[in-house]
Unconditional design. Structure first.
Length: 305
C-alpha cells in the first residue's frame, strides 16, 4: 500500500535528526508501532520500544558530542530509506568496551516500512560498526544471525520487493531498472564489463575502503576483491526504493572464503552471510554518478576468522 512519500520522509528525518541527533526519545513512541520489528538489532537488544530507546541512550552516553548528518531520504510505496553519517568522540563505555577517546565517523543506511497508521512497523539498518573499533565490531558481528539463517535463497532478483505499479514516474522506473542491473547482474553475477555502461566516468564512491582508488577503478577493485576471495559468492536483492534520481536497495550476500585473503584474513574455508544496502544517484542518461553503501563487514570478519 502506498503511503504519502512526504510523511515517510518526515519520519526518516525525525529518526535521524531528532531521535539520534538530538536524543528526543519521545519520538520512539510517537513514530514506531508498539510491535515494531527490528530485523537487525544490536547484540543483546530485545524487541519492543523500550529496548530501542535504550540503544539510543547507550550510544549517546558513549558519544556525548554525537552529531548526525542526513545525506538523503527517499520513499516509494510503504518503504523509506535514509543515508546518514554519525560523528563524535568515543568517551564512554559501549557494549562493555572501554572508550578510546578517539574521534570516530560511521556511516549507515536504514530502510523502514510504514503502516497505514503512519508509524514505522519494520526496520532494517546497516552501520559501519568497524568504525567503533575491532573489539566492538567483532562482538557485534559474532552475535545474532549466523550463516544459513536466511530462510529462502533464490536467483538475484527473484524475491526483490519493488515499488507497486503506479508508484513511480517514467524517470524513476528507468532508474529502478538501471539499479536492478547494477545489483542483480554486475554485483550478483560478477559481470564487471557492465561497469563501463552503468557508471559515469567520474562516479563518486562516498564510502570507499581504506586506500581504495578513486572512481570506477576503485569500484571494480571492490568487485574483484570479493569474488577472488569467495568464488562461490551469491547475492540476493531483497527490496528496492526509488524516488527522483535516487534508488536504494537492500540485499543479502553469502559465500565461502576459499580464495584470496579477505580483510587481512587467510582463507580457512569458512562460510559467511552478510546484509548490505546501497543508495545510488542516477542521472538522466542512466549513468550512476554517486553511490553510498554500507555492508556488515564486521559480521563478515567474525564469520571468516
Amino acid at each position: 500500500m502506498a503511503i504519502d512519500r512526504a510523511k515517510i520522509r518526515a519520519l526518516l528525518v525525525q529518526q535521524i535528526e531528532g531521535l539520534w541527533g538530538l536524543g528526543e526519545l519521545d519520538l520512539v513512541a510517537r513514530n514506531y508501532a508498539p510491535d515494531v520489528v527490528d530485523h537487525m538489532p544490536v547484540p543483546g537488544q530485545a524487541g519492543g520500544l523500550e529496548p530501542m530507546r535504550e540503544v539510543v541512550r547507550m550510544f549517546r552516553a558513549a558519544i556525548p558530542d554525537l552529531t548526525m548528518r542526513l545525506h538523503a531520504a527517499l520513499a516509494a510505496g510503504d518503504l523509506g530509506v535514509d543515508v546518514w553519517t554519525l560523528e563524535g568522540t568515543f568517551t564512554g563505555p559501549l557494549f562493555g568496551q572501554a572508550p578510546t577517546g578517539q574521534r570516530l565517523r560511521m556511516s549507515g543506511i536504514d530502510m523502514v516500512r510504514v503502516g497505514s497508521d503512519g508509524r514505522i512497523r519494520e526496520l532494517w539498518h546497516v552501520e559501519e560498526m568497524a568504525a567503533l573499533g575491532p573489539s566492538i565490531a567483532l562482538q557485534a558481528g559474532a552475535g545474532g544471525r549466523q550463516p544459513g539463517e536466511v530462510a529462502a535463497w533464490c536467483p538475484p532478483g527473484a524475491l526483490a520487493e519493488v515499488p507497486p505499479p503506479g508508484a513511480l514516474g517514467p524517470g524513476e522506473a528507468m532508474r529502478l531498472a538501471i539499479a536492478r542491473q547494477h545489483i542483480e547482474e554486475m554485483w550478483a553475477l560478477g559481470r564487471a564489463e557492465l561497469a563501463e555502461t552503468l557508471y559515469a566516468d567520474d562516479v563518486i564512491d562516498h564510502n570507499p575502503a581504506p586506500g581504495q582508488r578513486v572512481g570506477l577503478p576503485g569500484i571494480l577493485d571492490a568487485l574483484h576483491l570479493m569474488r577472488d576471495a569467495a568464488p562461490d559468492l551469491q547475492l540476493s536483492a531483497r527490496a528496492y526504493v526509488a524516488e527522483g534520481d535516487l534508488v536504494a536497495d537492500r540485499w543479502v550476500m553469502r559465500g565461502t572464503h576459499t580464495g584470496a585473503p579477505l580483510m587481512g584474513v587467510q582463507a580457512q574455508g569458512r562460510r559467511f552471510e552478510i546484509a548490505g544496502m546501497d543508495v545510488v544517484r542516477i542521472r538522466e542518461d542512466g549513468r550512476i554518478t554517486d553511490i553510498w553503501h554500507v555492508e556488515e563487514f564486521h559480521r563478515l570478519l567474525a564469520h571468516i576468522r
